[in-house]
Design a protein around this ligand. Structure first.
Ligand SMILES: Nc1ncnc2c1ncn2[C@@H]1O[C@H](COP(=O)(O)OP(=O)(O)OP(=O)(O)O)[C@@H](O)[C@H]1O
Ligand SMILES: [Mg+2]
Length: 402
């Protein structure tokens, strides 16, 4: 009675592999009456396939070695039991007379283990995201500091430069007036000295070169100002991190400026911007997504200079943007894993494997979606959609109105 109450299966097989005992549980596990099992050879019960699978365990247990292994056992209704199977040798006077089978259904445990595993993975992902956002926050602070420090001096250099240009214009004006007056100098010695001096300093060349130098320098200062602006953009929104209606094109351009040093030697950027409305987002984070994508795209280029194409558009109540490259592409087995935290194919020190997982998290937070298509050897496209308006903010606004 006792063994028939046990939900595990219990049986005894003798040396000749004939069943001598089986409990009731065989009925629910295999749909077989245990009384019919008595006297049955084990090969008949298990069937050819399962017998072959268990053969080595059977041989070992008959050699006197206890066996413990896991098996997925198919029930009569097709259900699966994940089981822990135990073969225990029946030894008497040093002789193995047969063996006992004890198998327990551990599906629930297995399920719990799987859930735990998923939870651990999820936790790891969150932690990675946290580390990354921490990193971002300190980069943001540093950027803000640097931007602030550079902003002032570059401001007066820029403004002085304008004034200097203006003054130089006046100098040139008066210089040409002097030049014109040169012919009317009556003292030949003075005239000759002037002519000599003009030639010695190469005045004609200076008149040509100075405006050009000014032009180039002005361009350089303009670039510095742009970088500083990008840094400020990046850090300002990063520190406040508030949802705001954002011009996505500006956001992308900022990211491109920040990532410029990573891209410029590898690829050209082509933009196909559509007409899109402002998007409610966390601009610094979208910035980060774009940066991760374009840097990855640049890193996917080989020896040949490549092309990164950025497109934007709108569809219903969503805007989308895509980053395409004609780089290495991603093989299918890698493609499955690219959003995993710490998954990287780059050498140690080059990639942390966080870029895409963090981007994924950010897009998720925006209730958007991120998709990827890739042709190995042909290139990769990441496609991101974002809702134009965030439901949460709408609800908050309505609440505030009420
Ligand atoms: N555009 C792309 N072309 C080819 N492979 C890519 C591309 N984008 C991502 N990958 C692959 O996905 C992996 C994961 O990318 P992810 O940005 O998450 O990490 P990483 O670039 O390796 O490191 P990190 O971004 O932290 O510096 C990369 O190592 C690379 O194998
Ligand atoms: Mg990356």
């Amino acid at each position: 009675m006792l063994v028939d109450r046990v939900p595990s299966i219990l049986a005894y097989w003798d040396r000749d592999l004939i069943c001598r005992f089986a409990n009731r549980a065989y009925e629910s596990w295999f749909g077989i009456n245990p009384d019919d099992l008595i006297g049955m050879p084990i090969a008949d019960f298990l069937g050819q396939e399962l017998f072959v699978k268990n053969e080595s365990h059977i041989r070992s247990v008959l050699d006197g070695h206890e066996q413990l292994f896991e098996r997925t056992i198919l029930g009569p209704d097709g259900s699966e039991r994940y089981s822990l199977v135990n073969y225990i040798p029946h030894v008497m006077d040093g002789e193995v007379l047969g063996f006992m089978v004890l198998a327990s259904d551990v599906s629930k445990l297995k399920e719990a283990e799987k859930n735990l595993q998923t939870e651990v993975t999820e936790r790891k992902r969150l932690q990675a995201e946290l580390v990354q956002s921490d990193k971002l926050a300190s980069i943001g602070q540093l950027a803000a500091g640097v931007a602030h420090e550079i902003n002032n001096p570059i401001g007066y250099v820029f403004s002085n430069f304008g004034t200097l240009e203006d003054y130089l214009g006046k100098f040139f004006q008066i210089l040409s007036a002097y030049e014109q007056a040169e012919s009317s100098i009556s003292d030949p010695a003075v005239a000759a000295r002037l002519r000599e001096l003009r030639q010695a300093v190469e005045l004609d060349f200076l008149k040509e070169d100075i405006p050009q130098l000014m032009q180039e320098s002005k361009h350089g200062i303009e670039q510095v100002r742009q970088i500083v602006r990008a840094l400020k953009d990046f850090s300002r929104v990063d520190s406040s991190d508030t949802w705001q209606a954002t011009n996505l094109h500006q956001c992308i351009d900022t990211a491109l400026t920040l990532a410029n040093s990573e891209i410029k030697h590898k690829a050209d950027i082509v933009k196909h911007y559509g007409e899109i409305p402002e998007v409610e987002c966390l601009p610094s984070q979208i910035n980060q997504v774009v940066m991760n994508l374009v840097v990855n795209a640049a890193q996917a280029m080989g020896a040949v200079r490549g092309c990164i194409t950025i497109r934007t558009g709108v569809e219903d109540d969503q805007v989308w943007f895509s980053v395409s490259d004609n780089g290495s592409g991603i093989p299918p087995e890698t493609l499955k894993r690219i959003f995993e935290p710490f998954f990287t194919t780059k050498p140690i020190g080059q990639g942390t494997g966080l870029g895409l997982s963090v981007s994924y998290g950010i897009v998720q937070r925006h209730n958007g979606a991120i998709d990827v298509t890739s042709v190995p050897g042909g290139g990769t496209t990441f496609h991101i959609t974002l809702p134009i308006r965030q439901e949460k903010l709408l609800a908050e606004a309505e609440q505030a109105d009420a």
